[in-house]
Design a protein. Structure first.
Length: 191
């Protein structure tokens, strides 16, 4: 008896997924948005304050958890290949060994979390719940950044320079992303 003769239906996971041209366009657009957001920065040591997290949140929310994570991973790949898509127009494999590596590598997970938090299944989440989810995703980014930075400069110094200065800014980015989503939903619903 072959698998074709089986009485069990083929699972969705077993079926090949076709990549649609629109998805490729969204990925390219998302990587451009991420590259632009990286250039909006305030120089700090050892990690600059940028708008990347805000862009990551919006990409996760608008593209969904899968396509959002793929888009962010594509942006990271562009940077690893040397394209100037990271802060201050940089990009290289060295970026994944420097002080920003933990933050950068957390972005696909952050985008996926945001995509899951904001997805519209049975109910649309209210603004406070969306903000809480986005803020939590931002904390995941900070913790990943802190973990890697701890290897480079020690845990205490990493906490003081890689987490504490960013707590307020990340909460503002989560609030801004939440406001953007609320405005978008209001426009789409015609209210």
């Amino acid at each position: 008896m072959s698998l074709k003769d089986s009485t069990f239906p083929a699972s969705a996971a077993a079926r090949p997924t076709r990549i649609k041209p629109a998805q490729i366009g969204l990925v390219l657009m998302g990587t451009l948005i991420l590259a632009a957001s990286a250039q909006i920065s305030i120089p700090m040591w050892p990690v600059p304050l940028t708008m990347e997290l805000y862009a990551v949140m919006l990409i996760g929310a608008f593209f969904g958890w899968r396509l959002g994570a793929v888009t962010i991973a594509a942006w990271l790949l562009e940077g690893a290949l040397g394209l100037p898509v990271f802060a201050h127009g940089t990009g290289s494999v060295a970026s994944f060994m420097g002080p920003t590596a933990g933050y950068l590598l957390s972005f696909p997970l952050v985008g996926a979390i945001v995509g899951l938090v904001t997805m519209r299944g049975r109910q649309a989440f209210g603004p406070l719940r969306v903000f809480a989810g986005l803020w939590f995703a931002g904390l995941i980014c900070l913790l990943a950044g802190w973990a890697w930075l701890s290897v480079l400069i020690g845990a205490k110094a990493a906490w003081a320079s890689g987490v504490v200065p960013f707590l307020f800014g990340d909460a503002v980015k989560a609030a801004l992303a939440t406001a953007t989503l609320v405005v978008w939903r209001t426009i789409r619903s015609g209210r």
